[in-house]
Design a protein around this ligand. Structure first.
Ligand code: M6R
Length: 618
């Protein structure tokens, strides 16, 4: 997804912007650009199709007057309107280059605005929606308004969710940023003799840990010496910076060839962190002080909706099954992009649980808005601190996974499963549906999770060998699972698609004979999730059906299973584990198979094509 970094200070700005862009690369992008104020009344703009090319281009520049500029804005673009071309890369400028803008999000009414501006004589040099913002601001600045006032007017004219940052030659040294809705955030970084604006706190952390997160409809105007805040009516806002405690070093890849490998390996620690200060292993109790509901309010809940997208939706599917089993409350997982447009009967007795590692996924936030309008109770499970989902929810359960740089979610999914597990136990205890004995058992089961995950991670070689020997040359794969292993099968298929670009389908195994079975051949292996459990015999039946049609089967089975080796082509072993823990540990080989297949095929698993870490457009 697009990224923004802007700096006003006294240091040479281009190295700061380039290194900020490198930090933002993980979000996914296809072109990049920098605009600096170099004293000749214009923004000097440099654009390229990659940050490396951009860095090379700006390093050779002879700035006007010989002095290095100290104020500038920069952007990584993830194309929405117009192809991946240099003219479409940001910053976009007004015709004389006096106003420069970088933008995340979509201007929904850009065609009408473009027509209006073209009729008024403004010339366009890109296919983007963003360029209308530069011209709207320029029109106001030309009529004598301040940059902040002009940005405010432009912000009121555009429709849809956007965040953008602008400079004007008429006000050297000033940068104005605004957040409108949920198209990614704007974070203000407060320094000593400098200030920054960025879409992502990671780009700010190397410079300062004092930050202010803008809310929707808020603006920040920064210079080297200060930051002022206002809303779209022009009212001045008082905002106090908060000190954030993120360990930037943790983002370094260390000994691992890819961030994804590192993040898979970090999962035992990540789930421990997700339990910290919440689970009392001694007394078999889960405490979630972040939740504001009384026991009476919890008892009144008559429906639970879990909402998310992609991997987070798969976590929701697991959470729905466990919450319903433990609390008896009807629970269902919903794709947020569908939920947001559906006629629903949410009300104050509904609990909506939104899962989103980024906290900024546009569809998930829109579904949360719907829940707010309906008066439903709202909990968010989020990794990224201070993001929009956390501002909307009644209470936020942070995942505690630590920064995930790989675009594909791994440890954040594992942590969301861990937190959903805790939430199910918490709701069961406070609703009175879970006996003390059963609660103690579930909590004790959870205590085994870090160790079981570590055991699975150590057993990585077999996945690597399978990736090379059996999967790399395939074009299609089928993943089958039942019950709480169905979402894990879906996730396995999603990971394989995302990282290895192999077509993969995840199905509830019972559905296979209703259609997908027609695809079975020696060209389409099946990954069958068949550990011991209530539905084991059913899975054996499905595996037999695949084998009878000449299909190759890679099974996941519990150590000691004597049936699977004779029945299938390969077995990946999982340790014996409690019912609700099994899906979590089975997730590890799903991640490893996709990771190793991606690497075997020569892809970069950290930056899969066409994907973004944070999907802030619909
Ligand atoms: O930030 P979120 O958890 O809301 O993101 C949701 C999806 O975009 C995300 O899980 C996506 O499917 C990832 N590429 C999964 O690896």
């Amino acid at each position: 997804m697009c990224g923004i970094i802007a700096y006003a200070g006294s240091e040479p700005v281009t190295p700061i912007l380039v290194s900020g862009l490198r930090t933002l690369e993980y979000r996914g992008y296809d072109s990049a650009g920098i605009g600096v104020q170099n004293g000749d009344g214009k923004s000097a703009v440099t654009r390229a199709l990659g940050v490396d090319d951009l860095a090379e281009a700006v390093s050779g520049q002879d700035w006007n007057g010989g002095a290095e500029p100290t104020v500038g804005i920069a952007h990584t673009r993830w194309a929405t309107h117009g192809g991946v071309t240099i003219p479409n890369a940001h910053p976009h400028t007004s015709a004389e280059g006096r106003v420069a803008v970088v933008h995340n999000g979509i201007v929904e009414n850009y065609i009408a605005l473009r027509t209006e501006l073209s009729d008024a004589g403004y010339l366009f040099s890109s296919e983007t929606d963003t360029e209308v913002i530069a011209h709207l601001i320029a029109r106001r600045v030309e009529s004598g308004e301040s940059l902040a006032a002009a940005v405010r007017c432009a912000a009121r004219r555009i429709q849809g969710a956007s965040s953008f940052v602008a400079t004007s030659a008429a006000e050297p040294g000033v940068i104005v940023g605004v957040r409108l809705g949920n198209a990614g955030g704007i974070v203000v970084g407060i320094g000593d003799g400098f200030n920054l604006l960025a879409s992502d706190v990671l780009a700010i952390l190397p410079h300062t840990d004092l930050v202010v997160y803008l809310r929707s409809g808020e603006m920040a105007s920064i210079t080297a010496s200060g930051a002022e805040y206002s809303d779209l009516s022009g009212m001045v806002l008082e905002r106090s910076p908060a000190r954030i405690s993120r360990n930037f070093e943790a983002a370094a890849r260390g000994e691992y060839p890819h961030f994804m490998a590192k993040e898979i390996a970090e999962q035992p620690e990540a789930v421990s962190s997700a339990m910290r200060r919440r689970v009392d292993f001694e007394n078999g109790v889960v405490d979630l002080p972040e939740l504001p509901y009384t026991d009476d309010e919890i008892r009144l809940i008559d429906r639970v909706i879990l909402s998310g997208m992609g991997t987070s939706l798969h976590s929701c599917m697991y959470g729905a099954q466990m919450i319903e089993a433990v609390t008896g409350i009807p629970a269902q997982a919903e794709n947020a992009s569908e939920l947001r447009y559906r006629s629903t009967s949410l009300n104050e007795r509904t609990l909506v649980i939104s899962v989103t590692q980024s906290g900024e996924t546009a569809d998930t936030l829109a579904a949360m808005d719907l829940a707010t309008q309906s008066g439903a109770k709202q909990i968010a499970l989020v990794e990224a601190e201070g993001t929009q989902a956390t501002l909307v929810a009644d209470g936020t359960l942070y995942l505690g996974a630590g920064q995930e740089i790989g675009v594909a979610s791994t440890k954040t999914m594992m942590c969301s499963l861990t937190v959903l597990y805790q939430l199910a136990v918490y709701l069961g205890i406070h609703r009175g549906t879970l006996s003390a004995k059963r609660a103690i058992k579930l909590v004790s089961d959870l205590s085994r999770l870090p160790g079981l995950i570590a055991e699975m991670i150590d057993d990585d070689d077999h996945c690597e060998q399978l990736a090379h020997d059996r999967l790399g040359d395939k074009r299609h794969l089928l993943y089958l699972g039942r019950g709480a292993l169905h979402p894990v099968a879906m996730e396995g298929a999603l990971k394989m698609k995302e990282l290895a670009y192999i077509h993969a389908e995840g199905y509830p195994a019972g559905e296979m004979k209703h259609g997908p079975i027609a695809l079975i051949s020696d060209d389409m292996p099946t990954v069958a999730l068949a550990p011991q459990g209530a539905l084991y015999d059913k899975m054996v039946g499905n595996i037999n059906e695949v084998k009878a049609r000449g299909g190759e089967v890679i099974a996941l089975a519990t150590y000691g299973d004597t049936t699977m080796p004779g029945l299938t082509d390969e077995v990946l072993w999982v340790p014996e584990a409690p019912e609700w823990i099994v899906p979590m540990i089975t997730l590890i080989p799903m991640q490893q198979l996709a990771y190793h297949t991606s690497v075997a095929l020569g892809h970069n698993p950290d930056k899969p094509r066409n994907l973004a870490k944070s999907v802030t457009v619909e």
